[in-house]
Each structure stands twice: as C-alpha cells, then as structure tokens.
Design a protein around this ligand. Structure first.
Ligand code: UD1
Length: 421
C-alpha cells in the first residue's frame, strides 16, 4: 500500500485546478442506466470511486469510454440486473443502481452496501421511497430483491430527515415512474441540482431540485445527452483550509463560491480571504494564524460534514478554542486521535470535539482512516514541522484527484512512496 511523505512548513503559492465533483459524477453516471442512448459526461474526475462504479456499470452491460475527463456511457441493453456484493460493498453510491434498474427492467437484485447488517438503518429511506413508488422489496442474504410487477408509479414521499443518497435515488427512479412524484424534506446539496440538470437534459421533467420540495413528472423514456459535472466543493474547501494552515496564496481554478454554502462565511470568519475572480477563487490568509470558530455540521446549505475533518486540522493550529459538533454521522471523529499524534489538543465528547489551537503541529507517522479524514492529515502535515508519513493513502485516491501533483505545483513538499504501508 502506498504512503505519502510530506515535509511541512512551506506556504502554498500558485494555481490548483478544482476537479469535477466526485459526489455528483457518481450519481450522474448511474443515470446512464435509464436510457438506451449515449450519455456523455465532461469534467469527470479520474478517481478510484469512479473506476469502481464504471466496473459495476460494465457488469450491467453499459458500454463506456473515458478520455481526458470525458466519460461516454451507453446502456444499449441491460445485460444483468444484479449488482454483486464485491462491487457494491466498498462504496455506498453504487446502491443507487437499484431504482434505475427497477425502473427500466422491472426487477433488480442489489447487494446492501458497506457491510451493514440486513435491514440496517442506512438504506431504509432509499427503500421507503422505492416502496412508495410500487416496488415490492425483500431482503435476502445481504441482497435487496426488488420487483415492480405493475411498473412504478408516482408517489408523495416525505423524508423523516434529510438524506442526500435517498433524495437522489428517488429522483433517478421517479423519472420513469408513471405520474407525479413529490419529494418533501429533500436534500438541497448542489450535487442534487446537478443530477436533475443532467436528467432534464435527458428529457426528464423535474422541478425544484435544490429546494426541499421536488416534483418529478414521470416520462415514457429518456434519451441521450451531454452534461458537464459541476466543480467539487469539498475539494475546494479542502484547498482553502490548506491555505489556512500554511499561509500563502492560491488560485482555485473553476471553484465556485456559492457551492460552499455556510462554509464560505465560516472560512471568512476564521480569517481567510476568498475572492471571486473570473473562472475561480483566490484565497489568502489574513493574519499569521486563523481564528478559532465553532461549527455544527448540517445538510446543505449548512457546514458540510465532508469538510469537518479538514476544518478540525485547520483549527488545530488556529488561535483560540473551537467547538466542532458532528450531527450527520455518528462516528466521524476518527481523525482526532491521528491529529493528536501530531500534537493537536483535541478532546472528544460524544458528537462534540473541542480543539485548543497550538502554534505548530509536529510531523509524525499517521493512519488515514477514511476519505475526508485522510485529507485532514494532509492539511495538518502541510503545516507541521518536519516529516509526516500518511499510511493507507488509498482512501485519498478515492476522492482527491492528482493530489500530490496539484499540491507540489504550488510548492508543497509531498511525495508518494510506493509499496507496503
Ligand atoms: C452523501 C455523500 C457523503 C456525505 C453525505 C452527507 C455521496 C457519494 N456521498 O452520502 O460524502 O458525507 O452525503 O452530506 O454523495 N441515513 C439513514 N437511512 C438512509 C440514508 C441515510 O439513516 O436510508 C443516514 C446516514 O446514516 C447518515 C445520514 O442519514 O447518518 C445522512 O446520510 P446521507 O445524506 O444519505 O449520505 P449519503 O448519501 O450516504
């Protein structure tokens, strides 16, 4: 397994291009299952998660080619309606093939994602939405068996709490269901509007994506289209926070301020200057160190849970005491003990972490535990004194495109060590 070695303490200067959003690309790719015509996507990031979904789609019979960010997908014939455990277990987003396969072929068998037990809570909202549209669903030996003997129909679906994945799954499925579907308490993440834009280009009738009530009028069939994936707001936020730790000045090409939601004002309050320019954002740190700020993670437009780990790394060397409350996921402070190995002063009590800023972290060997947590260790390492070695880099490869290349080009000393780790 590869490792990353970072020698910290150098300010970042230069231009970092922001890639297409992973979390949008993964859902938009699934939309290819809804038509027998060609869907062409541009600005698709080349990431391990995208490759994994391509493997799953190939298994369903989707012809594909990927060239320089342009991904062409054609599901001329669905050759299999089964999504096996091996291809679904590593990534939850793969579960979203269930509804589209059901809508197009009338049946599907999809493994439950991510090693969760049968009937586990994490896909209950997805199944609730599909059942409301007429799917007959059984759980058997870790698989969801779904059928729509009389076809799918529109439904009023009110989500008890906000779920990005369940909202997207319901939209994808409802495009081909007969009649009108109304989603209430839907997620409002920018990736949802991006998915809807792609589906609308394919002939779907969707109103309100990006708001908490979404209406979808089912159509007989969808057709081919071209869609450009929006820029990655999580990658954007991570690079802004890297500047918060190292100082310097970066131009984040393609980044868009409005995609940051509440994170934009939090970062400004912490002392980062984020200036909108043509085709990107310029970022500088106002003072010698950032200021401590309290945050609570919330669905969009609130502060995103996917930036919480990186924010904690930035707070570790900010001035003052920061309270970080994680309200979306129950166990998302795995980076705290790793940051503590580098000298961060963090105490965790249930869903709240308290970070007392120190003037400098010290490089250390650390373990990447999940995708966003890994990026928090990179950020911490960039600001730390001496060398940080990050083990289990494959997590980063799932979600941050050309990370070492982009950071090196801006003056960071970061390199990949191939092999065991
Ligand atoms: C998506 C993002 C992920 C981000 C998350 C929250 C992708 C590929 N992933 O994940 O990066 O961290 O949104 O912004 O886009 N839940 C249930 N039952 C369900 C569905 C979800 O209980 O049926 C719970 C989850 O366990 C979690 C919360 O709802 O506690 C929010 O999850 P959700 O918004 O669905 O996240 P994902 O779509 O999985």
């Amino acid at each position: 397994m590869d490792r990353l070695a970072i020698i910290g303490g150098r300010p970042l200067f230069g231009e970092a291009p922001i890639s297409g959003a992973k979390n949008s690309a993964l859902k938009v790719m699934v939309a290819s299952l809804l038509t027998d015509e060609t869907l062409t996507l541009s600005n698709v990031p080349r990431l391990a998660d995208v490759d994994m979904l391509m493997r799953l789609l190939a298994q369903h019979g989707v012809e594909q080619s990927f060239d320089n960010g342009a991904l062409t997908l054609r599901a001329r014939n669905i050759t299999s309606t089964e999504a096996p455990y091996d291809l679904v277990r590593k990534m939850r987003a793969t579960f979203n093939v269930l509804g589209p396969l059901l809508a197009r072929e009338g049946k599907a068998k999809v493994s439950l994602p991510g090693g969760c037990a049968i009937g586990a809570r994490p896909v209950d909202l997805h199944l609730k939405a599909l059942r409301a549209m007429g799917a007959v669903i059984e759980l058997d030996e870790g698989y969801v068996l779904a059928e729509a003997p009389d076809g799918l129909h529109g439904a009023n679906i009110s989500f008890p709490f906000v779920s990005v994945g369940a909202t997207e799954h319901a939209i994808l499925t409802a495009t081909l269901a007969k009649g009108e579907t109304v989603l209430s308490n839907a997620a409002r993440e920018p990736e949802i509007a991006d998915l809807a834009d792609c589906l609308i280009a394919m002939g779907a009738k969707i109103e309100g994506a990006g708001h908490s009530t979404i209406r979808i009028e089912g159509v007989e069939r969808l057709h081919g289209a071209h869609h450009e994936i929006l820029p990655d707001r999580i990658e954007t936020g991570a690079y802004v926070m890297a500047v918060g730790v190292t100082g310097g000045e970066l131009f984040l090409k393609n980044a868009r301020l409005e995609l940051l939601g509440a994170a934009a004002s939090v970062l400004a309050d912490a002392g980062l200057e984020i200036i909108e320019e043509d085709n990107g954002l310029r970022v500088k740190r106002g003072g010698e160190r950032c200021q401590a700020i309290d945050i609570v993670t919330q669905p969009f437009p609130g502060f995103p849970t996917d930036l919480q780990a990186q924010f904690m790394a930035m707070m570790a060397t900010s001035e003052g005491v920061s309270g970080i409350k994680e309200l979306i996921f129950e166990n998302r402070f795995m980076h705290a003990p790793e940051l503590a190995r580098m000298g961060a002063k963090i105490s965790v009590d249930g869903q709240t972490a308290t970070v007392r800023g120190v003037s400098r972290l010290k490089g250390a060997p650390v373990m990447a535990t999940d995708l966003r947590a890994s990026m928090s260790l990179v950020i911490a390492g960039l600001g730390a004194e001496g060398q940080t070695i990050i083990n289990r880099v494959y997590h980063l490869d799932r979600g941050f495109e050309r990370l070492e290349e982009k950071l090196s080009a801006c003056g960071a000393l970061i390199e990949r060590i191939k092999g065991e780790g």
